[in-house]
Ligand binder design. Structure first.
Ligand code: GLY
Length: 498
């Protein structure tokens, strides 16, 4: 909880109090749970709210006041603290208050990230906070956030009720009303956290605890690992064209299902059992041609009834064996770019995780179906996938990542790198990644694959798209009495022990 509040100050592109997320908890006594504090669509939201009169997408779901869902983070962190924590609430929030009020020196990466906030001229309050007198911050500059410090101080004193019903709620709702946003006082007051059962599965004798809907991630991890189990795909070696092929075909098939069947389970009946049924998974496995890519046009969702990549993830384990994995987000980097006047925090643009126009691509290029259409009070489908692997009933590998839809495949690849390819956890996190999401029919690949491997994959029928970096995994391996923390060398994360 304390890390969540601190990241809202030091990692403003994704750490947040204006967004939402998921927390997977596994206690030393064997109990586990999943806290869903995902944003919800405001009551005034409607199915076609992001389409113009001609039915064309307006883009309002990505930037500006109308892009935000009702934030869940503060209520989610309070829920977890009350039910599972021991420290007084104020002790969890005060370190963040101090970071915001005293400031901290910006790293190279933080300063570079602040230069990438697009469209600041449209949002003078955001520009005022994230630039100094209209100029970019430089590495080493002290970054102080007095408005955010005041907001956090109220939350430290009065609890989550202050954010949802107190002065913060009033200022937020007033700013929304003044600028055409949808979130009302009622939306804030009625925001509720949902405690869910984690999805569970088995893979080669390991137990998997992962994210249930409205995350699409856990179903994806379990279905794809099910497809791969027993095929011997790993014998070709990590990064080989043959292994990448098999994994990409599993990804393609899962993302077709995702587009059709995954959504908020409080609104749509999600056929989780059918999507994970051994006979269905066996049929998916049989449909893979071991030599050739299957064109996505020939891959369809299962025929039974009926989601910046800028999220962030942290994995925490204590000396007693309690584990908490948190993935939370504003959705795109710096969310909607809107900072409500006087509050000092950014609001999410999570409404884009709905299907603003079912059948058409959202900002991640994801084509999604009717199940994930906008409805008031509904949670948008997510890809956030905090996942814990158990060995002999004890935590073995904890992992999560940001990255929009690539999250699911990043988590899958880190797990397989450890379990199937025998890598140490740091190599497993740093290893070059790839991603297939059914549509568009292309295989995204990071640097690090040889021209030879690329050529072999092209021969198999893949259209390859080279990409910069995929995700930012944060993993812990529980080995022989040690906790091996593995931050992602792609960025500036770190592993810390206290
Ligand atoms: N906003 C990214 C996700 O929830 O998948």
């Amino acid at each position: 909880m304390a890390v969540g509040f601190a990241l809202a100050v030091t990692h403003p592109s994704a750490g947040n109090i204006g967004g939402g997320g998921f927390m997977l908890i596994r206690l030393a006594d064997g109990r586990s749970t999943f806290i869903d504090f995902r944003e919800r669509a405001p009551q005034k939201a409607s199915r076609n709210m992001y389409l113009d009169a001609a039915g064309k997408a307006t883009g309002d779901c990505v930037v500006g006041c109308r892009a935000s869902g009702v934030p869940g983070t503060v209520r989610g962190l309070e829920y977890a603290a009350k039910k599972f924590g021991r420290k007084p609430w104020a002790d969890l929030v005060r370190p963040a208050v101090e970071l915001a009020s005293n400031g901290f020196a910006l790293s190279y990466g933080q300063a570079a990230s602040l230069r990438r906030i697009a469209g600041l001229n449209r949002f003078p309050e955001t520009r005022r906070i994230f630039q100094r007198d209209g100029k970019y911050y430089e590495p080493g500059d002290k970054f102080v956030q007095p408005e955010l410090a005041r907001t956090l101080e109220r939350i430290a004193r009065l609890g989550a009720a202050e954010f949802y019903e107190g002065e913060t709620a009033r200022l937020l709702a007033r700013d929304m009303a003044e600028h055409g946003g949808l979130i009302s006082l009622d939306d804030l007051k009625s925001y509720a956290v949902v405690e869910r059962k984690p999805l569970t599965g088995q893979y080669r004798g390991y137990e998997i605890l992962t994210a249930p809907p409205p995350s699409s991630g856990g179903v994806g991890i379990l279905q794809m690992m099910g497809i791969l189990e027993g095929t011997g795909y790993e014998k070709a070696g990590a990064g080989s064209a043959a292994a990448v092929h098999y994994m990409a075909e599993a990804m393609r098939r899962y993302f077709a299902d995702r587009s059709e069947h995954l959504a908020d389970p409080d609104f749509i009946k999600v056929p989780v059992a059918r999507l994970l049924a051994p006979d269905y998974i066996a049929a998916l496995r049989r449909s893979i041609d071991v030599e050739r890519a299957t064109p996505s046009a020939q891959v369809h969702a299962g025929p039974f009834p009926h989601e910046s990549s800028e999220t962030t993830h942290y994995s925490i384990a204590d000396a007693e064996g309690n584990v908490a994995l948190v993935t939370y987000t504003l959705n795109g980097g710096y969310g909607s770019k809107v900072t409500p006047a006087g509050l000092g925090f950014l609001l999410n643009n999570e409404m884009d995780d709905f299907a603003p126009k079912p059948g058409e691509a959202n900002m991640y290029g994801l084509v999604q179906g009717e199940a994930n259409a906008i409805q008031p009070g509904k949670r948008p489908l997510s890809s956030m996938t905090p996942t814990l692997i158990l060995r002999a009933g004890k935590p073995y590998l904890a992992v999560g990542s940001p990255g929009g839809p690539t999250i699911i495949n990043t988590v899958l690849e880190v797990i397989l790198n450890v379990l199937d390819f025998g890598m140490n956890v740091q190599d497993a996190v740093d290893w070059p990644r790839f991603h297939h999401q059914w549509l568009p029919d292309e295989l995204q690949m990071e640097r690090g694959y040889s021209p030879d491997t690329i050529a072999l994959l092209q021969k198999r029928g893949y259209r390859i798209k080279r990409v910069g970096a995929q995700g930012e995994a944060a993993a812990i391996l529980f080995g022989n009495g040690w906790l091996e923390g593995a931050p992602d060398s792609r960025t500036e994360g770190s592993a810390e022990g206290y």
